[in-house]
Design a binder for this molecule. Sequence first.
Ligand SMILES: Nc1ncnc2c1ncn2[C@@H]1O[C@H](COP(=O)(O)OP(=O)(O)O)[C@@H](O)[C@H]1O
Ligand SMILES: [Mg+2]
Length: 316
Amino acid sequence: MTSTRVAVIGGGRNCEHEVSLASAAAVADTLERAGYDAVRLTIDPAGVWRDREDRPIALAGAVHALRSCAVAFPMLHGPHGEDGTLAALCDLADVPWVGSPLGAGALGMDKWATKLVAGALGIATAPGRLLTRAGADAYTFTHPVVVKPVAAGSSLGVTLVRDAAGLGPALDAAFAHDARVLVEDLVTGREIDVAVLGRRDGSRVVAPALEIVVPDGEIFDHAAKYGGAPDFRIPAPLDEADRKDLERAAVGMYDALGCAGVARVDFFLTAQGPVLNEVNTTPGFTAQSQVPRMFAATGMSFAALLDLLVRDALPA
Ligand SMILES: Nc1ncnc2c1ncn2[C@@H]1O[C@H](COP(=O)(O)OP(=O)(O)O)[C@@H](O)[C@H]1O
Ligand SMILES: [Mg+2]
């Protein structure tokens, strides 16, 4: 029996390039150990596709490589990948793929659009203002806020601003990543992330929630994410009512955005209940990443999770 060829796409032309390389390598290595033929395709920081021997290939070559596989497994975090662009390419190339389609990727990548969808569902988010460079001067600091790019990731360009002096540098850091920036009220609460897996039959599997233990007065910034071992608690200690509210909101967002495969829906749990932070349609996917660890807590290994995702994406 020949093994199923899976195109695992990593890298990408964005600030999360290295994180995406790590996710793609973990996915490809694990699929290979499970008997798949992983065809590793990489998009380098300049946007050039590279084949499994790391040779540059034109877009037509990348499409050819994708079409030689039974299924694609896009593992690009951030813009020019997670935002639906890779899903669109797979769609147009008529290659089945693991994960969300164009619309879900685009809406999830856009933290402002995510807020609008959440609002329509009655799910709370931090009150926020959308700024462009041209309009940023009209904003005056009145209370602690979090400044962040509308579309980025890995906490890059995200700053907690406690005083007026911090606003300018925070805006510069955010505008370095995106032409649109969100200035959000600072939310006080525990950070709880929920993984939702949509199965081929339409059922939804929710893994035990994960709590990120963030020291008081800090945010889960880039250094905390990647500078050491972040403090995760799985399952997050939750009372039954909070757990149900979080799961209902997570599945509600997954369905409203039109997600497929696994999405990680991130919340703050406040005294007033869950406040949605963001939806990641291509969450980190190494064995140490949040989603694989949440499913591991149900007894599902990383290999079993990947196998299930690939099988669900293959044509029936
Ligand atoms: N409105 C907010 N209030 C409090 N903390 C926030 C807020 N927005 C973001 N943060 C903190 O910053 C981190 C990164 O922000 P996030 O919006 O998740 O960006 P990214 O897409 O880069 O992960 C969050 O995990 C959280 O710790
Ligand atoms: Mg985040």
